[in-house]
Structures are given as structure tokens and as C-alpha cells.
Design a protein. Structure first.
Length: 576
């Protein structure tokens, strides 16, 4: 084994042998920088075509912008206002495909639009459609009706949900009595929510690794330029390092794209993102009013906001503010008040206060650099600028600029076809109908799901409630996790989070490339985002991680301190 391969063999997370083999080969087809949804989606697509790929991420999979969405899979109703009809058509198709390919995490979401006038907003909408830089406000019933009809039209391909409907003011207030009486009517249409976005991204990576044993995915690594056009990957957790020579580099670093291009020797100004902040509330009365629906509404400034039930909490968002530094972005107190006040005006019979908030989060949308004064008018479409090879950089760099969560598969397919053509390769597999992770062989009816749960309970000896929890967390991949849990000595519920267990955590720690306590608390599980982390629970998770990953007492203390600091600084949570 050469020195390069020997150094690569020390990479953790089960990737050492794969990385050593790749380092020994020296060259690879595609190096992807950034493991958000665009990078992970492209990795899954390219590996399915038989290419050798290396995916590298400086933090954890889905630790950046892709972990801070509104947790929606939607067709982009508001993009109709700006004339982005192609984006709406693609988004509605991809939404429908995700409902079929990832049914364990992507669920239908009935959505209610409060309407406050009959005809207002038509003139402003027409001006925006033809290039005006001021967003339309007071979208009246006529404008909403036209929008919903167009939305139904664009969502016709692979349709899996009902068409829109409308209701009178009286009927709407009978159905949702806490709603402001200022409405004149409501409209209802259907989109979708993604319950575990971070896990869905991890599953894309895992599917890619299963498709291509020669490919590698590494988290917690740093990328550096080496001599003669090579690139070096170094572990941030140890001494492991490897140098490779990619034929193509894809920069999928989201809001860090310009930073990565600088590392590659190509300073750029491609990104001009905006910040979107969200809050989660412990609010049973609000959940009773929502009845499983999202309310998609206008704030006083014309900004579109939303609120819906997310894993037992009420999720409300979002702001849209220009921001530059993705490493320090957080939900500020004025944004919290903006969202609370918007909810108070929408639902004046309910109480909204800061003491109901259990978690806040914020992320930067990796939008293209723009001089638009209104952030809401910056396109959510994607583009792929190419830096062609130079004398000192023998590989081209494709930068994935923009895009949105919903369209990641279609965008990955588009870029993959570009790369395949450049490599003189051909597409072997379409991802259009390719199930993701635990969505594979997913039972389609409630009766079939209950039968699946009952059968696995009998097979493993675990209680049906335990299997039901695993099924909710992992879809059909629960079969693998359940086998591990059944063999784990003295499996027990986690303190303060009974739907998770010690055997389940052991599986995640040993099989899912967990490199830090934050990986486990924020991304492999939903414990953080649902506001369920307590001091006792964090201590228990850290102890398990120490046993599974070989951390000493000092490392364990550092990991606990890091989680505490992150919760307080970025998520408004003080552990008790």
C-alpha cells in the first residue's frame, strides 16, 4: 500500500478501506464538494450510472442550508407571480415523484389560503409578471383562484393529490374559528411536507454508496489544493489524509460556493443568499385548529408566511432577509417577534408568546448573486456555471447555484447528464421512479402498514409500539434497525424521548458515520428540532457515543459543551 492509500485507510465511519482503494487508484471520475441535498442527490445519480465518485463535506451530511428549510416539498405557488412557469412545472412534478419515491418522509399536506379581498393585487401581479421589482400584495380571491387553477394544471403530471377547492367566509370560520374574521373566503390546495430532511439526505448518500462500491462519501473533512492539479482531503477528526486527481469537480457547497471556488484557485461571486428563519412552538390549541393543515398566508408586509404541524410542534416561518455569512446565521429576536406578530394577526383568538417557543433555526438560501431590492423576487431557479480547465487546474469546476429542496432530483439529473456527456459515458438508470432509502417497498395503505409492523414485531420479538416508532423514523429500513435493536442487550427508552431507544442509538452510532454528538442529536434524529433535548438526555447520548466511538472523558465533555453552545447560540434553547 502506498503512503497515500495508507493515510486514507485511517478515515473513520467505515470509509477507510474504500478511500484507501480510491487513493491507490489515484484518479476518479467526479469529486463533489458539499453534502447538502444538491450534492447528495447528484452523488446518488452519478453512482447509479457506474461512475467513481467522491463526496466530501466539511461538517456533517445535511448540516448546512439543507437542514434549515421550511420542511416543505412544494410546487412553488408563489413563483407563478414572477412568471417562473417552468420552475412551477418542474417543482410540481418533483413533488409528486417524491411522494411516490420517499413516502416514509414525504407526506401530503393540505394547505389553506386565507383571502382578504376579491379583486386586489391583480394589477400589481401583472406588473411583477412583466418585470416589476415590487412584489404584489393583497392577493385577492380572483388572483388566488387563477393561481390555484394554474397550479392544478402544472401538477397534473403524476397527480397523486386532489385539486384545489374554495370555501366562503362563513364556512371557513366554522371550520377554523380562531381565524381572523377579516377574511372574505379561503382556498385549499395540496402540497407536501418532508418530516426528516436530514435523514433523507443521508439516505441519498447511503443509496449511492450501495450502488457503487468504488465510490466514497466523507463527512468532517477539509479540502485543500495540492501540486500538479491534485486535491487533498484531510480528516478534521484525526490524521487521515488522501490526495486524488478528479476528472471533474462539482461545487455543491451552497452558500459556501464562493469560498470553495477560492480554495480551488478561482475566486468568484456567484452567491447572494437570503436568510430564512423559523420557529417551533409547543401549542396544542393551535394544532387543534390546524387539523393537519398548513395555513399559507400574507404577513402585513406582503411576505408569504406559513404555519403547520410538524412532528407534534407548530412550525412557523419564514423571513427573507439578505445575509452573507452562512457560518454565523441565526434567528434574531426581531425575526421571532415578526413571526409571532404575524400569527397573532392571523389567529387573534389564540395566544402567541415567546414562552411557547421550543426551538428556532435559520439558514441561508444559496440564491444567485442579485441586485434586486426585494429578496422575494430573487429567482429560486438553478444555474450551473462552468469554470473550464486551466494550466494549473486540469479539471473543470461545475458550480450548483440556486435551486430548491423540492427539485433536487431533477437538478441532479440535469447536471449528471452534462457530466456523463463530458466523460463520454451514458445514462444507465433513470432516477425518476427510483425509491429512496426506507421508501423502498413501502406499504401503500394503512392496513398494509399495520400488517408490516405486526409482522416485524413477531419476527424480532420487539413490541409493536417499538416497531411502529422505528417505522416512523426509518420507513422500511426499520427492518435493519430492528434487528440491531433486538440483539442489543437491555434496550431501553431514552430519557425524555421514549420513542427512541438505546439500541437504536447504538445502531446509528456504529453504522451512520456519526462524527460528533451534534450529528446524532441534530441530524440522525429529530430530538433537537422538536425541542426535546434535555441535559439528562444529552448526557445519556454522549455516554453512548463514548462507548460506541471510543471517546475519552475529555472528548465527551467537549461534545456536550459544543451541543449546549449550539443550542443556546443558534436555536434559542437553554438546556435544563
Amino acid at each position: 500500500m502506498n503512503a497515500n492509500a495508507a493515510g486514507a485507510a485511517a478515515f473513520p465511519g467505515g470509509m477507510g478501506e474504500r478511500m484507501a482503494a480510491m487513493a491507490a487508484r489515484g484518479t476518479l471520475d467526479v469529486l463533489i464538494v458539499g453534502a447538502g441535498v444538491n450534492g447528495a442527490g447528484l452523488f446518488r445519480d452519478l453512482t447509479a450510472q457506474g461512475l467513481d465518485c467522491l463526496l466530501v463535506e466539511k461538517n456533517d451530511y445535511a448540516a448546512g442550508t439543507s437542514a434549515a428549510p421550511s420542511r416543505l416539498i412544494h410546487g412553488g405557488l408563489k413563483y407563478l407571480e414572477t412568471g417562473e412557469f417552468r420552475l412551477v412545472a418542474q417543482s410540481t412534478l418533483e413533488r409528486n415523484l417524491l411522494l411516490a419515491n420517499a413516502p416514509h418522509y414525504v407526506k401530503p399536506l393540505p394547505t389553506l389560503i386565507p383571502i382578504f379581498s376579491w379583486t386586489k393585487g391583480v394589477g400589481a401581479a401583472l406588473r411583477t409578471l412583466f418585470g416589476s421589482k415590487s412584489a404584489p400584495r393583497s392577493r385577492g380571491a380572483l388572483l388566488v383562484k387563477i393561481g390555484l387553477m394554474l397550479y392544478d394544471f402544472y401538477g397534473a403530471r403524476h397527480r397523486v393529490m386532489p385539486r384545489h377547492s374554495t370555501a366562503s367566509r362563513a364556512a371557513s370560520l366554522r371550520d377554523l374559528p380562531a381565524l381572523t374574521p377579516d377574511i372574505v373566503a379561503t382556498g385549499t390546495y395540496y402540497d407536501a411536507t418532508v418530516t426528516h430532511p436530514e435523514r433523507l439526505i443521508f439516505e441519498l448518500v447511503r443509496d449511492g454508496l450501495a450502488d457503487s462500491p468504488r465510490s466514497v462519501a466523507l463527512n468532517h473533512v477539509r479540502l485543500e489544493r495540492a501540486e500538479d492539479g491534485a486535491l487533498t482531503v484531510k480528516s478534521l477528526a484525526g490524521e487521515a489524509a488522501a490526495t486524488v486527481r478528479p476528472k471533474i469537480v462539482v461545487n455543491a457547497a451552497g452558500p459556501w460556493i464562493d469560498e470553495v471556488n477560492a480554495i480551488l484557485g478561482e475566486p468568484s461571486r456567484m452567491i447572494g443568499g437570503t436568510k430564512g428563519s423559523h420557529i417551533l412552538l409547543d401549542h396544542p390549541d393551535l394544532l387543534k385548529e390546524l387539523k393537519g393543515r398548513m395555513i399559507y398566508f400574507e404577513a402585513d408586509d406582503g411576505r408569504i408566511c406559513l404555519v403547520f404541524e410538524y412532528l407534534g410542534r407548530a412550525l412557523a416561518g419564514s423571513t427573507d432577509i439578505k445575509a452573507a455569512d452562512p457560518d454565523t446565521v441565526r434567528c434574531e429576536p426581531d425575526e421571532v417577534e415578526y413571526l409571532l406578530e404575524s400569527l397573532r394577526r392571523l389567529l387573534p383568538k389564540l395566544r402567541f408568546s415567546r414562552d411557547q417557543i421550543v426551538y428556532v433555526y435559520s439558514g441561508i438560501r444559496p440564491l444567485p448573486a442579485s441586485d434586486a431590492k426585494d429578496p422575494g423576487l430573487i429567482t429560486r431557479d438553478h444555474a450551473t456555471p462552468i469554470l473550464e480547465p486551466t494550466a494549473s487546474r486540469p479539471y473543470p469546476v461545475y458550480s450548483l447555484v440556486g435551486g430548491k429542496w423540492t427539485t433536487f432530483r431533477g437538478y441532479a439529473e440535469e447536471v449528471a447528464d452534462m457530466l456523463l456527456k463530458r466523460l463520454s459515458a451514458s445514462r444507465r438508470v433513470s432516477t425518476r421512479d427510483l425509491a429512496i432509502g426506507g421508501g423502498r417497498d413501502y406499504p401503500k395503505t394503512e392496513a398494509a402498514r399495520q400488517a408490516w409492523i405486526s409482522g416485524l414485531a413477531q419476527e424480532t420479538g420487539l413490541a409493536e409500539k417499538r416497531i411502529a416508532d422505528l417505522f416512523a423514523h426509518y420507513g422500511t429500513t426499520a427492518r435493519i434497525v430492528a434487528a440491531h435493536v433486538a440483539a442489543f442487550p437491555a434496550d431501553a427508552p431514552l430519557p425524555d424521548a421514549a420513542d427512541y431507544s438505546t439500541g437504536e442509538m447504538d445502531y446509528l452510532l456504529r453504522h451512520e458515520q456519526v462524527g460528533s454528538l451534534a450529528d446524532l442529536a441534530f441530524r440522525r434524529t429529530t430530538l433537537a428540532v422538536t425541542g426535546r433535548l434535555t441535559a439528562r438526555l444529552v448526557e445519556a447520548l454522549a455516554l453512548q457515543a463514548s462507548e460506541a466511538l471510543g471517546w475519552d472523558a475529555a472528548r465527551r465533555a467537549d461534545e456536550i459543551a459544543a451541543v449546549r453552545a449550539r443550542l443556546k447560540t443558534y436555536h434559542g434553547v437553554e438546556l435544563t
